[in-house]
Design a protein around this ligand. Structure first.
Ligand SMILES: NC(=O)c1ccc[n+]([C@@H]2O[C@H](COP(=O)([O-])OP(=O)(O)OC[C@H]3O[C@@H](n4cnc5c(N)ncnc54)[C@H](O)[C@@H]3O)[C@@H](O)[C@H]2O)c1
Length: 264
């Protein structure tokens, strides 16, 4: 079978570079082009010494390379123009960029359905993180109080993280109602953002990568579910799985849990 032809959007970024390495190392996928708002030159030299097309012009790269899948790790603002182009050119999409508002996700779903392409959106491609969310949803049915602490590197642009928001919404959906906020007569001076009754705390520090702890409280006990990423390699099995699956499916698959069959 021919390898799946992949273009990486956001190719000069930290995640983009990691995706390029992973796509080049997998015999079932082939990097055919790279796009970034910032490029130095018109080719990118890969680990094996070969060169691939590298440009700021997405339209040119897509027209020239005719990819099966575009993988996006860029910025939220860049996502909708990319989706419209992918829909027009009938190219499948894997979107890892976080911070997409709910109305945009709806529009992305409509574009995927109307144009019969596959689109995977996942705010977290790490398998362990998806399992952390799955376990948190299971516990959510039995415990009434919860808070989330998410900890990320200091360069992260959004807060709270997409994973923390997805976790909180998924936990509330699993129990069919919001969590209970601790009663306090005083107005707190400093607490995090409350989503579905769950207070989300965002830590940003150099030295961290991506970490999240879901804490449940009940009389006389707590339960903590924690996931830590050690390097960006942790996302690559999920990204490669999405690249392979998205060519076989039509419409929107929202979340790695749904790709893995762990949703609902
Ligand atoms: N889904 C996941 O598992 C996961 C994991 C890590 C990071 N992320 C998300 O991926 C995104 C990128 O993260 P990063 O750490 O690689 O960031 P980064 O800043 O290192 O890289 C982003 C890249 O996108 C490029 N870019 C910006 N606007 C662009 C445009 N209009 N067209 C093309 N390229 C453009 C930038 O020049 C940069 O090279 C963020 O939203 C981050 O939160 C998701």
């Amino acid at each position: 079978m021919e390898p799946i032809k992949v273009v990486v959007h956001g190719a000069a970024g930290k995640m983009g570079q990691e995706v390029i390495r992973a796509v080049c190392a997998d015999p079932e996928t082939k990097l055919v082009g790279a796009v970034d708002a910032k490029t130095s030159g018109d080719t990118l030299t890969l680990a094996d010494g070969s060169k691939t097309l590298f440009s700021t012009d997405l339209v040119q790269v897509v027209s020239q390379t005719k990819p099966d899948v575009i993988v996006d790790f860029s910025t939220a603002k860049a996502v909708m123009p990319l989706v419209h182009l992918a829909a027009e050119k009938k190219v499948n999409l894997v979107i890892g960029t976080t911070g997409l508002p709910a109305d945009q996700v709806k529009e992305i779903e409509q574009e995927a359905t109307a144009n019969k392409i596959g689109i995977v959106i996942a705010s977290n491609f790490a398998l362990g993180a998806v399992l952390m969310m799955y376990l948190a949803k299971t516990a959510a049915k039995y415990l009434d109080y919860a808070e989330i602490i998410e900890l990320h590197h200091d360069k992260k642009t959004d807060a709270p993280s997409g994973t923390a928001l997805t976790t909180a919404r998924g936990m509330a959906a699993a129990r069919g109602k919001p969590f209970v906020q601790p009663a306090s007569k005083e107005k707190y001076e400093s607490r995090g953002q409350v989503v579905e009754g769950i207070t989300l705390h965002s830590v940003r520090l150099p030295g961290l990568l991506a970490h999240q702890e879901v804490l449940f409280g009940a009389a006389g006990q707590t339960l903590s579910i924690r996931h830590d990423t050690i390097s960006r390699e942790c996302y690559m099995p999920g990204v490669l799985m999405a690249i392979k699956e998205v060519t076989r499916r039509k419409g929107l698959i929202n979340g790695l849990d749904n790709l893995l069959g762990l949703g609902k």
